[in-house]
Design a protein around this ligand. Structure first.
Ligand SMILES: O=C(O)CCC(=O)C(=O)O
Length: 343
């Protein structure tokens, strides 16, 4: 549709979702979800089939237990994701991380706008990035910050309010970095590969980012999606979900299923880069499975935000000509189906 003919559409591109939710008596066209032809209709979370039994992996056992390593391999080949527990980040610190996100999004609109993303940048505060005229927008506001390498941090976008925001995110990104390294090493070992072979594909300059996703309570919950169906372009994504509010779903065997909130767990999913490096054995779509979406049916009156750490960002990453894993030797899924060859 011609944007100029759609009331409120120009405005909606410039406004944050939070402002639209507060001020508007009509849902802007650009946010109205459509039946997804490719992936089917994402059901409202509350109506989705029972929460998925996403495997729970004890990260502290990944270096010592062959059994846990097998569980990891099976989780990632079957689901493309897992719930990471015993990852070494204390519950009280996770609470602090949740708190800085929540306090930021609760600031006044004027205060938050000090950190607004610029048009040609991804870092900063804003709503969905617009790539095409007919793109349906996510019902979410985001604060996107490059966290590593440290010299690429753009501090003009790092909130100074709440006052402990910066130090808390700095500490969190160091802790997440350790979990990322343990996970990538374990994924490599689970394929009988040298443990650093995935990590070695990256230099020291690859960007790693944190994204605070805020899903404002929505007067039109059945008409919007917090996040459209997508696979991540990262190596892996480590997601700290809201403690109480569920909504994340993944596509499994053609059905959207809920990803439950496990207290203090990080939900880790693999992205496109691991798919390339593992020659499709670990798939960001887990053999057509791992598409993530978020419907916020249950969020009518609740404040909910998630924090994602996208490790590593595709924008700055080499494209691999040759995957690390060899499809001839290892390119069969556990169910025996051959994966597509990348080479
Ligand atoms: O916030 C969430 O629950 C997931 C968000 C997500 O998948 C994304 O922004 O790519």
């Amino acid at each position: 549709m011609d944007e100029s003919q759609s009331p409120g559409n120009h405005d909606s591109l410039n406004k944050q979702v939070q402002e639209i939710a507060e001020d508007c008596d009509q849902l802007p066209e650009r946010y109205i979800r459509q039946q997804d032809k490719e992936y089917g209709n994402v059901t409202n979370y509350a109506a989705a089939s029972s929460p998925a039994k996403i495997p729970v992996i004890d990260v502290s056992l990944l270096t010592s237990s062959p059994l846990e390593l097998d569980k990891l391999k099976s989780a990632v080949t079957t689901w493309g994701c897992f719930q990471a527990v015993n990852h070494g980040i204390e519950s009280s610190f996770l609470e602090k991380v949740r708190e800085i996100g929540e306090l930021f999004f609760k600031l006044s609109a004027d205060e938050k706008k000090k950190y607004l993303r610029e048009e040609d940048d991804v870092d900063g505060y804003g709503n969905d990035m617009v790539f095409s005229d007919d793109q349906i927008l996510d019902w979410a506001d985001r604060l996107y910050l490059t966290v590593l390498p440290k010299d690429q941090r753009k501090f003009q976008f790092w909130p100074q309010n709440p006052t402990h925001f910066r130090e808390t995110l700095d500490e969190y990104s160091s802790k997440i970095e350790l979990i990322y390294q343990v996970t990538l090493k374990a994924l490599a070992r689970s394929l009988n590969l040298e443990e650093d072979c995935f990590l070695n594909q990256y230099g020291t300059t690859e960007k790693k980012s944190a994204r605070f996703n805020y899903y404002p309570p929505c007067p039109w919950t059945e008409k919007v999606l917090g996040v459209k169906p997508h696979a991540d372009s990262s190596a892996i994504t480590l997601l700290l979900q809201d403690k109480e509010v569920e909504g994340l779903q993944l596509l499994k065997d053609g059905q959207w299923v809920g990803v439950p909130v496990v207290p203090d767990a990080l939900t880790i999913n693999v992205g496109d880069q691991i798919e390339i490096m593992s020659n499709g054995i670990f798939s960001s779509k887990a053999g057509d499975q791992l598409m993530l979406a978020r419907s916020d049916y249950v969020q009518k009156r609740v404040f909910s935000y998630d924090l994602e750490c996208l490790y590593v960002n595709i924008s700055n990453t080499l494209m691999w000509k040759k995957p690390v894993a060899d499809v001839e030797e290892r390119g069969r899924r556990e169910d025996g189906a051959e994966r597509r060859k990348v080479r």
